[in-house]
Design a protein around this ligand. Structure first.
Ligand SMILES: [Zn+2]
Ligand SMILES: [Zn+2]
Ligand SMILES: [Zn+2]
Length: 155
């Protein structure tokens, strides 16, 4: 395996483990149940924490991986795309958002909500992926494009 890919998977793995429930069920503490769906994790389970019997089943793990990867794909596009940044129509950006939104419910994530006005991002509204720095880790968030443009110009 390519070194860069291994590093990238390692980083994504770290991000996924931050998505573990704060209060694990008794079975998942012993590694006998998936931390997310509480079913037996099976032969293809993924060990989540080094030195601790915390495991995720392959289904839960891959849906979370798809959620993260699709967010970063969308974010990478928007960072380089003036149309997306300036609230103009962009079919690529719209496609990346649609792909990401399909993973949200599967990965048990909350619906997209704007980091600026705290309202839900509706399908009819333009939205951007927004990375904001937390105290212990970065968080993947979203912002209405118009809210983010307003923020940038009043700063
Ligand atoms: Zn599971
Ligand atoms: Zn774009
Ligand atoms: Zn907003």
């Amino acid at each position: 395996m390519n070194v860069l890919i291994a590093e990238e998977l390692d980083r994504l793995h770290q991000l996924i483990t931050w998505e573990m429930p704060a209060v694990p069920s008794p079975g998942s503490v012993a590694g006998e149940a998936c931390v997310w769906c509480h079913l037996p994790p099976g032969d293809t389970a993924v060990d989540l924490v080094v030195g601790m019997p915390r495991r995720g089943c392959a289904d839960c793990y891959t849906t979370r991986l798809a959620w993260l990867v699709s967010w970063y794909d969308w974010h990478d596009h928007v960072r380089a795309c003036v149309s997306c940044q300036q609230a103009r129509t962009c079919h690529v950006g719209r496609g990346r958002r649609a792909l990401h939104e399909r993973t949200v419910a599967l990965a048990s994530q909350r619906p997209l909500r704007c980091v600026s006005c705290h309202q839900l991002a509706l399908a009819s509204q333009l939205v951007l992926p927004v990375l904001w720095e937390g105290t212990s880790s970065d968080h993947l968030g979203y912002g209405h494009t118009l809210c983010m443009v307003r923020r940038a110009t009043t700063r």
